[in-house]
Write a protein that binds this ligand. Structure first.
Ligand code: UTP
Length: 409
């Protein structure tokens, strides 16, 4: 599209400010800016104007029981045997979601590069690789590892893994791929710019991981290698077990399309998403969507029925993911701190949220599946997310949990 067409289009959408500095740009910068504008998905911006996201209203919700720790212990041998076999045959890959910006932590490098150590250096990425190495040693086979990055952190992340010699992992089994970016807007729906020649683009949420993996050609590569399952996990939970055989075995044995690790809620009002059934299909209901009745509903033994919170560690059958690739995912409007250039053309890094980003979320993929196995893990052993510098889900709380689990830090 030429300048005139783009200018007219921006005028129509009330976004003419994007060309404010056009006159100051060189040819290359101009072409880059026009291309970014051309790629804008205007449907996203309509969501802000209508003050709603594409999230649909909830269907009929029912509790979904989990495979609980007692039963897992009773059947551990059976599950482990199935899991070990699948891992030895390299049928299960692992996808690390590391494309986020981790704004709450306030660390200006990729979150995985954060050092959680006190007396020694221990990076978040290192914790995760160490955890995965436990499985590699147990099954004496490498697990194919796919790491999702974004335009914002790809270079830093790949360079860091090279510098750190992949923390001892076999680099032939590590593949990086990039996720897509989406524009961001202020509260009035005006698009932010991060430089005179660039829109403020940010990663489009963790829900696009499979389509991005596919676009990168890696799914085709997996097909050739016989990978049938993928686990997906967040970068920030330094205690999580990754591809542990009992989990892998239990999900395969269940015959479900997917599985998800869950922890028992600390109290009925804990702010976690809960795995349940919605119109007969698995789904995750957010804590703020639950009615008081649902929150306190108990079974005959007195256990809460909506009792298992997700910890962003899922496992999907690839053929089931293939079956849903053409389905649209809901887009969530998320309030964030978004750096932008002000009217004077200076870069501002806000201290508090100043606008919206658009994100697709991995948890919405669960509802596109026909069946899901919630698999209970012990919170104190497997859940130490680092979202904030201090307080809840923080560097502080994760350090404490790492030490309690015998990890030297
Ligand atoms: P979070 O929900 O913690 O989001 O991501 P975030 O954007 O990294 O952090 P804040 O909210 O700005 O502090 C959960 C997981 O999903 C990944 C993150 O890297 C983390 O592992 N993620 C998130 C992506 O891979 N891409 C995204 O676009 C967003």
């Amino acid at each position: 599209m030429d300048y005139q067409t783009i200018a007219a289009m921006l005028e129509e959408h009330g976004q003419s400010h994007l060309l404010k500095y056009y006159g100051e740009l060189n040819e290359e910068q101009r072409a880059c800016l026009l291309k970014q504008i051309e790629d804008i998905d205007w449907k996203l911006l309509d969501l802000v104007h209508n003050h709603k996201s594409t999230e649909e209203t909830r269907g009929h919700l029912e509790p979904l029981g989990a495979l609980e720790v007692d039963e897992i212990e009773r059947r551990r041998q059976e599950f482990e045997a199935i899991g070990i076999q699948a891992l030895k045959e390299q049928k299960v890959g692992a996808v690390l979601l590391a494309g986020g910006q981790g704004t709450r932590l306030g660390f200006d490098k990729p979150k995985g590069m954060f050092n959680v150590g006190i007396h020694r250096t221990l990076y978040i990425f290192q914790c995760l690789i160490n955890n995965l190495m436990d499985v590699v040693k147990q099954v004496e086979t490498w697990v194919p590892l796919y790491i999702m990055t974004s335009d914002k952190n790809h270079e830093d992340t790949t360079k860091f893994f090279e510098e750190q010699n992949y923390f001892g992992y076999n680099k032939e089994y590590v593949h990086f791929f990039k996720q897509r970016m989406a524009p961001s807007v202020d509260y009035d729906g005006k698009l932010f710019m991060e430089a005179k020649d660039r829109l403020s683009l940010s990663p489009n949420g963790n829900g696009g991981w499979y389509t991005s993996l596919r676009r990168s050609g890696l799914v085709e590569d997996m097909r050739k290698k016989g990978v049938e399952w993928l686990t997906v996990f967040a970068v920030d939970n330094v205690l999580q077990r990754i591809n542990d055989p009992a989990y892998i075995g239990a999900v395969i044995q269940s015959g479900c399309d997917c599985g998800g690790k869950v922890v028992r809620k600390a109290d009925p009002h804990e702010r976690v998403g809960v795995l349940c059934l919605e119109d007969g299909k698995p789904s995750i209901v957010e804590y703020y969507e639950m009615t008081d009745d649902m929150i306190h509903l108990k079974d005959e033994k007195g256990n809460l029925l909506y009792n298992f919170g997700v910890i962003l560690n899922y496992m999907f059958r690839i053929s089931s993911l293939e079956a849903i690739v053409s389905q649209e995912m809901p887009v969530h409007i998320v309030e964030k701190k978004i750096p932008y250039i002000n009217d004077q053309g200076e870069l501002v890094k806000p201290e508090k949220p100043n606008g919206y980003k658009f994100e697709e979320l991995v948890l919405d993929m669960i509802h596109l599946m026909d069946s899901c196995l919630p698999y209970e893990v012990i919170r104190e052993k497997e859940f130490a997310p680092i979202k904030n510098p201090t307080g809840v889900d923080s560097v502080e709380s994760a350090r404490k949990l790492l030490m309690e689990n015998g990890v030297e830090i």
